[in-house]
Design a binder for this molecule. Structure first.
Ligand code: SF4
Length: 430
């Protein structure tokens, strides 16, 4: 199910913090809800279980989106809120306790149980924080946390942000006088390993990741923790880490050769790594990334791109397409413009590019149709209609599921954008 809010037109152009104009819109939105994040988080956190407290619609979303086979033992499920719960005929808390106990009895490997709220659980006001406290007391050896994945006024990557925010109070206190680096935002394990090797080779460390792969590895945090965001949708998690005394390292996001180099350099500067050592470590992987990108640049240079607001990755991706593939940006829409977390990205966008925050989908579709971009990056719900109108599209959600960070993935990231253009060119020739 996608989330949508009531239409309320009248976009208001605002002055952007970084020169470029920002069009702030509020109206009908076409985005997935925060439950979607469970699809990558349950693979990343290997001993966690996600118990959605929701409706059959929520269960269908998860089943169809994750493509779960009937014999699989996935680490997520939905405790269905039935009619009698809604009518107050059953005690929803008792039902939830019973389902949670069943899950934990069946899966002794589970060490963290996330109770995930949904639109229905929020509407009927089930207090999941109290439920988590109750279940924590009842089930020794299992950490029970809660967060909301509801689609009410949110977009799908906020699910990961809310999940990681719920973990922050659980992180052990680190009072070490030595600085440590915390990389924040779920990354594919292979990407995490690549970054670990690069940081180690530079002499930066200790390096830890949030989320950790298991509940035993929760990274400690304290006043000497410096954190680097790997994902741009970590607004609440960043604020929670700030509250624990950690300090953010301002950097672009590690996408593409230039983005990755600048991200690593930001950490290297904090650790006073000298320029020669930095260059020795990054030269070879950066050269591989640049070679991989060169093959795509010829396909992309001068092509126009229009971003609908969807994943919150839009600003770093637009910067990558402009800086590294020579794209012409028409409009870059994003659900939320977190100006401080994007402080190193916004100035790298070309002057005059239209930024938009929030969505009024009909107005935006009108602008997109008028511009006839070579490529439109948008949600699943808009892609097919736009393809039928002759526009090439890229599903934004694919960019969240695919490993796209780091030097070694730069070519794959470019490929995700050039493939639809090549397909369209082939169809035209045919
Ligand atoms: S949480 Fe809300 S938007 Fe998401 S599937 Fe459930 S009802 Fe639909």
């Amino acid at each position: 199910m996608t989330a949508a809010s009531a239409s309320a037109p009248a976009p208001a152009p605002l002055a952007g913090a970084q020169e470029n104009p920002v069009l702030r819109e509020r109206g009908q939105r076409e985005v997935f809800c925060g439950l979607t994040g469970i699809m990558w988080l349950h693979r990343k956190i290997q001993d966690a279980f996600f118990l959605i407290v929701g409706s059959r619609t929520c269960a269908h979303l998860m089943q169809s989106a994750a493509g779960v086979m009937i014999f699989a033992e996935p680490r997520f499920a939905t405790a269905i809120i039935e009619e009698r719960d809604l009518a107050g005929m059953a005690d929803a808390n008792e039902e939830l306790d019973r389902v949670a106990a069943q899950v934990l009895a069946r899966r002794p490997d589970i060490k963290t149980l996330f109770l995930v709220g949904s639109c229905p659980s929020e509407v009927i006001k089930i207090d999941l924080s109290r439920a988590a406290a109750r279940l924590n007391a009842a089930h020794a050896g299992v950490r029970v946390l809660n967060y909301s994945g509801s689609g009410i006024e949110t977009t799908f990557t906020e699910g990961e942000d809310a999940c990681l925010e719920s973990l922050v109070p659980e992180l052990p206190q680190d009072d070490s006088q030595e600085p440590s680096l915390l990389v924040v935002g779920a990354l594919a394990d292979v990407v995490e390993d690549q970054f670990t090797r690069l940081f180690e080779a530079m002499g930066i460390g200790p390096v830890r990741f949030l989320p950790a792969r298991t509940s035993h590895d929760l990274p400690p945090v304290g006043p000497n923790t410096r954190y680097l965001l790997a994902q741009p949708f970590m607004g609440r998690t960043g604020a929670a880490l700030d509250g624990r005394g950690a300090k953010r390292i301002s950097a672009p996001f590690p996408m593409g050769a230039k983005g990755t180099e600048a991200w690593l350099r930001a950490a290297a500067d904090v650790w006073n790594i000298d320029a020669d050592r930095f260059e020795t470590v990054v030269a070879a992987p950066r050269a591989r990334a640049e070679r991989a990108l060169a093959t795509h640049r010829a396909d992309f240079t001068g092509r126009s791109v229009f971003f609908f607001p969807d994943s919150q990755l839009e600003i770093p991706l637009a910067r990558f397409l402009y800086e590294e593939l020579g794209a012409q940006l028409i409009e870059v829409g994003t659900p939320y413009l977190h100006r401080s977390h994007l402080d190193c990205e916004l100035p790298r966008l070309p002057a005059g590019v239209q930024l938009s925050e929030g969505q009024h989908v009909d107005s935006q579709l009108d602008r997109c149709r008028a511009a006839r971009p070579d490529l439109t990056v948008c949600g699943l719900g808009l892609a097919n209609p736009l393809e039928a109108e002759g526009l090439s599209t890229k599903w934004a959600i694919e960019l969240v599921f695919t490993p796209i960070h780091g030097f070694e993935q730069a070519g794959d990231l470019a490929e995700l954008f050039t493939r639809p253009l090549r397909r369209r060119d082939l169809l035209r020739v045919g």
